[in-house]
Design a protein around this ligand. Structure first.
Ligand code: F6R
Length: 321
């Protein structure tokens, strides 16, 4: 499947901060989009981008220079996103497991970015199975999780630390020194975010990031907003996310309102991304993410620009594509 990116770009040449989307964008027929890459909303100037191979390279160059340090390659005719559709979540987990296995076979010391939530649970079972069957050796990998609730200690049953050890890490005999999640009980949460980001950078960045997607298009806890978030940051959860997370807590007042999350830029810098979505409730947001505007109102839509993103969907989640 191919998606065109085009339109007018407003570009601040020395900025590495945020991309802001203005205006509508949709392929077929291609209309115009506007990217605003601003440094603290400093004045920007305009580079017209037309729908030609040459001009798409301009977007590529702009993104590479101004926002993302990882070089990105965009197909001359547009952007390619690989989409795998399988009958059910178990089959989706098998595809995801095979892709992760391939990554770890290629690079035994892979840095894996991991997610929590219901979606990756069958994948973690599959990785445990592959590990137990001797089909993949996970002993040298390093893991970084997307996020953690603020205020929950690692041994809190609803914390993402707890989830990860229970669902995957202890089952494959991971050494705690190879496992990383933001510390939700750090005294200074902003400093903790900076530390976490620096740790990911020092590890050489993430080779393969597993993502789920929220009903509102969030990835990690990057909620819809006016700008794409940048690096690891403290995020306020939206009402829809609080309601979605309620199922894990006894009452609504126990659901944390704040979390630490990798930023959109942190996620985008991963060399490879596997976004998994299953179930009819995700169908609409998947269609928006894939076909809709690249906009911080749908944070996952930024992945249209990522050169190496795979969507792994069951039939229900793919129903509106
Ligand atoms: C989890 C995370 C979230 C979830 C998303 C989907 O670490 O970062 O973005 O991936 O909320 O959650 P589920 O899989 O429960 O539908």
């Amino acid at each position: 499947m191919r998606f065109l990116v085009g339109g007018d770009a407003l570009i601040a040449p020395h900025s590495r901060d945020v991309i802001r989307y203005r205006g509508p964008m949709r392929a077929s027929p291609p209309t115009f989009s506007v990217f605003y890459i601003a440094n603290n909303f400093a004045p920007a100037y305009e580079i017209p981008i037309l729908h030609s191979a040459n001009k798409l390279c301009t977007i590529k160059e702009a993104l590479k220079r101004l926002f993302f340090e990882t070089p990105i390659t965009i197909d001359k005719e547009g952007i390619c996103m690989q989409i795998f559709v399988r009958d059910n979540p178990q089959q989706v987990a098998e595809v995801a497991g095979a892709l992760i296995r391939a990554q770890v076979l290629r690079k035994p010391q892979s840095v894996l970015g991991l997610a929590t939530g219901s979606t990756p649970i069958p994948l973690y079972d599959e990785l445990v199975r592959l590990h137990g069957a001797g089909q993949v050796d996970m002993s040298r990998i390093t893991t970084y999780n997307l996020d953690e609730y603020a205020g929950l200690a690692a041994d809190h049953p609803q914390s993402y630390h707890f989830f990860m050890w229970e669902k995957l890490l202890s089952r494959i005999g991971m050494n705690p020194s190879q496992v990383h999640l933001p510390n939700g009980t750090a005294k200074d949460l902003d400093a903790e975010c900076q530390r976490y980001e620096a740790q990911i950078e020092a590890a050489g960045g993430i080779d393969l990031q597993v993502l789920g997607i929220g009903h509102n298009g969030h990835i990690g806890f990057n909620e819809p907003g006016d700008v794409f978030s940048n690096r690891t940051c403290v995020a306020q959860l939206t009402e829809s996310t609080i309601q979605a997370n309620l199922r894990f807590f006894d009452s609504e007042d126990q659901v944390p309102r704040t979390a630490l999350t990798m930023g959109i830029r942190t996620i985008f810098q991963s060399r490879e991304i596997l976004l998994i979505a299953c179930g009819a409730a995700k169908a609409n947001i998947i269609a928006q993410m894939v076909h809709g505007a690249i906009t911080p109102q749908v944070p996952a839509s930024v992945l249209q620009l990522h050169p190496n993103t795979r969507l792994l969907l069951d039939k229900e989640a793919a129903a509106e594509l």
